[in-house]
Design a protein around this ligand. Structure first.
Ligand SMILES: [Zn+2]
Length: 138
């Protein structure tokens, strides 16, 4: 999968999907569509595609937030970020966004597993001095 010019069939599928969405989401999805790539407005080393749109919090029709996926050449390849405001995205449109490789995804999994282990071993933040895990083991 690459972020590139959509085919007529993809455009029709997008429009059919869009027509079922609340008006605020339609407007956002048409302006910030899923067929191009984006970069964080403050970090040009990121490279995303939008993978979903949502009204946040549910039922609040004013805030449309998106989920983005970091591509192969982005800072966190294979990581999705939930709850991003489109105003923080800068359209890139280079058409070079590409899916992260399996190796990159595995590397990120290992990274997050190590982070999780480090946090599990860290002293209890709310009660310094408490041995690790003492609040969960009875
Ligand atoms: Zn791009």
């Amino acid at each position: 999968m690459r972020a590139k010019k959509p085919t007529a069939a993809q455009l029709k599928e997008f429009e059919d999907w869009c027509a079922e969405c609340p008006p605020e989401m339609q407007a956002t999805a048409r302006k910030w569509h899923p067929f191009t790539c984006y970069r964080d407005a403050e970090n040009p080393h990121t490279h995303y595609v939008i993978t979903s749109y949502g009204l946040m919090p549910p039922g609040d029709r004013k805030a449309v937030l998106v989920t983005v996926l970091h591509g192969a050449d982005s800072t966190l390849p294979g990581v999705s970020v939930f709850g991003v405001q489109v105003e923080h995205l800068k359209p890139c449109g280079c058409t070079k966004w590409d899916m992260p490789t399996e190796e990159q995804v595995e590397h990120m999994r290992e990274h997050f597993a190590a982070l999780q282990r480090a946090r599990a071993c860290a002293p209890n933040q709310s009660n310094p001095g408490t041995p690790p895990g003492s609040t969960t083991k009875h």
